[in-house]
Design a protein around this ligand. Structure first.
Ligand code: NIG
Ligand code: FE
Length: 403
């Protein structure tokens, strides 16, 4: 900090264990520091170091030995919907399998909702995520499936609800019911009139590449059209079966391939060799009683791995990154350090962001304080509301603390 500084500075001191995600600042890939302090100046991190060496600040917050980590970056969610699918979930828990077809139930409810209802629903989930430490989130359309319904959902996300920074056009979620007999015409709509209506509100384009949704050729057409309009691809790949999604994502330089429940050796090799982040969604396997993906194989091959909630009313109705960290550790063989990195820095990489997912000078002042001495408690104490405080853009959120 310099004497000329005008932005108000807050020092968070007596941090028992600080995750910086900057190996130059501390130990290991998490850049861990003990007895640490962080100074926020305006919406940025100004200083990181030992508590005893912290520069003077306008206000001090005593972390009392607890753990501070970068706010979670949730790079994959579907929050633009109305209604829920309680009955489908209950039926699944009595043995019915998950299929892509359930999406159409939510499409009907979403089309019937007003803009205000969609905005209120979205705002509720954004608040829910913030309280659990998520300070950056992506969300998608995909429950409208007409040019008007997809574009108004994206407009609600882009213009009406604060806190949604990353918006994705997912007109290619499933074939709209009106086009059940003519999927090719639906792909024409998604790559034509619907894309024109949606592109102004979105940074990303996504496709559900899966049996019962879109095959490899259709997915390629969707992503290529989006790229030509300046949108960057991300792909729902290999969720319910082996398929072309992962390799298509890598070939088209998608920012991320997501789900990855069924991976061939060639898929793992592609993820390890390309720039596409491998995003795992443990809430989805949990909520659909699916077999967990082999994350170890992907990590050990050297790919960049992210964790995300996939929050949606069908396959994964959790907004909790702490829950996903716990499941990834217990069920998917990740270490607590790997899971916490993937839920913060990994999510940032999946969104091609360098300003979030780390706590180092110059990064955004987004952080979660745990009511625990270590980030490991996120997996060690599953289901416990450990997020005591949340800072976003340097502001401490009211009411974040659960304990
Ligand atoms: O990511 N797989 C496709 N889309 C969502 C599920 C949507 C739904 O079931 O409503 C997912 O899991
Ligand atoms: Fe999804």
């Amino acid at each position: 900090m310099t004497a000329a500084t005008t932005a108000a500075a807050t020092a968070v001191v007596n941090i028992g264990s600080l995750v910086t995600n900057d190996p130059a600042l501390g130990d290991g890939p998490l850049g861990l520091l003990a007895d640490a302090a962080v100074v926020f100046e305006g919406d940025r991190v100004a200083w990181v170091g030992a508590t005893g060496a912290a520069p003077a600040a306008d206000t001090a917050y005593d972390a009392a030995g607890r753990a501070l980590l970068p706010g979670f970056v949730d790079s994959h969610s579907h929050l633009l919907f109305a209604g829920d699918r309680t009955r489908e979930f209950a039926a699944r828990m009595s043995g019915r399998p998950y299929t892509a077809g359930g999406i159409r139930t939510t499409v009907a409810a979403t089309r019937a909702a007003t803009d205000a209802e969609l905005a209120a629903n979205l705002a509720r989930f954004v608040r829910e995520m913030l309280r659990q430490g998520t300070t950056t989130l992506e969300t998608k359309s995909g429950y409208g499936l007409t040019a008007a319904d997809e574009s108004r959902a994206l407009r609600v996300a882009a213009e009406q609800v604060a806190g949604v920074e990353e918006v994705t056009y997912l007109g290619a979620h499933v074939v709209a019911p009106e086009y059940a007999d003519d999927p090719a015409a639906y792909v024409d709509l998604v790559t034509g009139e619907m894309l024109d209506a949606c592109a102004p509100y979105a940074r990303w384009i996504d496709v559900f590449c899966e049996k019962g949704a879109f095959d490899g050729d259709q997915a390629r057409a969707v992503l290529t059209a989006g790229k030509a309009r300046g949108l960057t691809p991300r792909v729902h790949a290999n969720q319910l079966s082996y398929g072309p999604g992962v390799q298509l994502a890598v070939e088209l330089e998608a920012a991320s391939a997501d789900h990855l429940t069924h991976l061939s050796d060639a898929d793992v090799a592609a993820l390890a060799s390309g720039a596409t982040v491998a995003t795992f969604l443990p809430g989805c396997e949990f909520s659909t009683r699916a077999v967990y993906p082999d994350v170890r194989r992907v990590l050990d091959a050297g790919a960049t791995v992210a964790l995300s909630t996939d929050c949606n009313p069908g396959s994964s109705f959790t907004s909790s990154m702490p829950f996903c960290v716990a499941v990834a550790v217990r069920e998917m063989g990740m270490t607590p350090d790997e899971a916490v990195w993937s839920a913060t820095a990994g999510g940032a990489a999946a969104l091609r962001r360098t300003d979030v997912g780390r706590l180092a000078p110059g990064a955004r002042a987004d952080a979660a304080l745990l009511d625990a001495p270590s980030h490991v408690h996120l997996a060690y104490r599953p289901g416990v509301p450990l997020v005591a405080e949340v800072w976003r853009r340097g502001e401490r959120l009211p009411g974040a603390g659960g304990n």
